[in-house]
Design a protein around this ligand. Sequence first.
Ligand code: DAH
Length: 343
Amino acid sequence: MELKDIIVNGLEAINKAETLEQLNEVRIAYLSKKGHLTSVMGQMRNLSNEERPMFGKKVNEVKEKIESAYQQKVSELEAIRLERKMKEDAIDITLPGPEFTIGAQNPLIIIQREIEDVFREMGYQVVEGDEIELDLYNFERANIPQDHPAREMQDTFYIDEHTLLRTHTTAIQTRALEENAPHIPLKVICPGKVYRRDDDDATHSHQFVQTEGLVVGHNITLSDLKGTLSLFAKRMFGDDRVIRFRPSYFQFTEPSVEVDVSCHICNGKGCNVCKHTGWIEILGAGMVHPHVLRDAGYTDPTLTGFAFGAGVERIAMLKYGIEDIRSFYTNDKRFIEQFKRYE
Ligand code: DAH
């Protein structure tokens, strides 16, 4: 092919190429070692010495033109290919994503954590214990000796003569006392499952959750207990709540009280929930009995302490208006899903 045809045909072929593959064929035909430009150089042999530099220069010019047209076309075709690929691979970000479900926490856990948080903020430490417990910590150390009639109040699952399923979180209290004596101040909150031989119905369960609170130190008084529980009642049932103490009896506290909170449903006016009294009983409490402190190793007689024990199911039932205690344990999804916190 003549040089003048190479430039015309070459540029036209580049122009016509629609794909990078076609363009590559043009490159091979014109620019490679076996291409038209190489073979046209062969014509140099037939030229005179004067004509050769001139011809060489022309060949170079043609080569440069074709190369630059080729490079430009490569860029164009690559851009087209990229654009097409992006279109093909495009994701429709407006499509809804796959659905995934978030579990819900059992309301007992929610309430237990809330209780823990209230007391943690007041400097209490959370302490747990074992559900299988020695008679020693469940009863003896709680000032309930063998054969004492108070034992009958808590119908117990015994494993053997000395071992049982703990009947109250007071067992965690007596262990915490022993472990920490004579260190003060002691401020612990003790949540846990407890067991009693009971026939299950809407308000009774052979297994339930309690939370125990305990403080030991100098100058701890009944009014400290009242202030603490008053704050607790407000945090759990609303700022308008007030509490009252009624005298009661527990072996491990002296004096002992039953604590009522003003009804959060009727604001104390009287309704079905508070049985028209305006008050709801939420827990038992008192000043730790001196024997309990002494037997655990707090031998300094000037030390005092208060303790309380609350039923977590009861608080959850009151707070959420749950009527059957068995709802907590039967794993009915319709019940649990009402406590989803994040949607
Ligand atoms: N242990 C008691 C029960 O299960 C609850 C209780 C009452 C715990 C008074 C205490 C307390 O710490 O001071 O019925």
